[in-house]
Design a protein around this ligand. Structure first.
Ligand SMILES: Nc1nc2c(ncn2[C@@H]2O[C@H](COP(=O)(O)OP(=O)(O)OP(=O)(O)O)[C@@H](O)[C@H]2O)c(=O)[nH]1
Ligand SMILES: [Mg+2]
Length: 241
């Protein structure tokens, strides 16, 4: 019985998809992988289907009709993972910003270190970011400072997207209420986890900028995060989170 599923949302990741899947599936721990693809025009999903023949029972694919954002792709993946009885549910990007060799560290923090949510954190030991322009590092770093100030969560990397949840967290935080699509989604997940008093641990990782494929970062994602944090805080105060 395998207990770990790594969810990787994809949109136009044809240049990364095969190597990221091979890299996760060749780890010492026998992780399973779920790709949630939004009908990528570059046919990322077709490549996954080909690879499924090589990795039966370990590589899964869900295809949604159109690009609908990272947040709802993860919610889709979470529901699938809960229905398929996984105990440890990971989030990871397809673009090698997150190193698959760090997956086991996140698992250990949840399995042996009693964390309910383990966050692969860029800012717990200084700033561990490779190849991002300074402007983006500063924005990301101060986003976490802003989130700490407004929410009171003591997390150094609030927008991190490389994490491991114990299934109990996803069962209890009402994932159906999640509507954000970008960084705000990552913040919301952590805030909901924190608000239910689950134990959160940050594990230091090194984050590397993508070298292949195209970024899906946009200004609207930043605006969503800035106002999203305030709206989360208000909902918490009104007890409607
Ligand atoms: N299914 C799905 N996946 C998405 C969507 N937007 C982004 N992704 C995937 O989510 C992951 C993170 O997106 P990125 O484009 O790397 O975002 P980022 O890390 O903020 O920006 P860069 O690293 O600069 O590209 C990648 O695996 C993307 O393919 C989406 O709308 N739907
Ligand atoms: Mg990326």
């Amino acid at each position: 019985m395998n207990d770990c599923i790594v969810i990787i949302p994809t949109y136009n990741e044809i240049e990364n998809i095969e190597s990221i899947i091979r890299s996760v599936l060749s780890q010492h721990k026998p992780f399973h992988v779920l790709i949630v693809d939004d009908n990528s025009p570059d046919r990322t999903a077709d490549k996954v289907m080909l690879l499924q023949e090589e990795f039966p029972g370990r590589l899964f694919l869900e295809v949604r009709k159109k690009k609908s954002g990272l947040g709802t792709a993860y919610v889709h993946g979470f529901k699938w993972s809960l229905a398929n009885k996984y105990d440890f549910i990971f989030e990871m990007d397809a673009d090698f910003s997150h190193n698959p060799n760090d997956l086991e560290k996140l698992y250990d923090a949840c399995h042996f270190g009693n964390a309910d949510l383990a966050i692969g954190s860029r800012y717990v030991t200084g700033v561990n970011v490779v190849n991002w322009p300074l402007s983006r590092v500063l924005m990301s770093y101060f986003a976490s400072v802003y989130v700490r100030m407004i929410t009171g969560m003591k997390i150094h990397d609030a927008t991190a997207g490389f994490v491991c949840y114990k299934r109990e967290v996803l069962e209890r935080i009402d994932i159906n209420k999640i509507k954000f699509v970008g960084y705000a989604f990552q913040i919301e997940m952590k805030y909901r986890t924190f608000s239910k008093n689950f134990k959160i641990t940050e594990v230091p990782i090194i984050f590397t900028d993508r070298t292949k494929g195209v970024s899906k970062m946009s200004n609207s994602i930043i605006v969503e995060a800035v106002f999203g944090v305030i709206s989360l805080r208000i909902k918490k105060l009104l007890n409607t989170l």
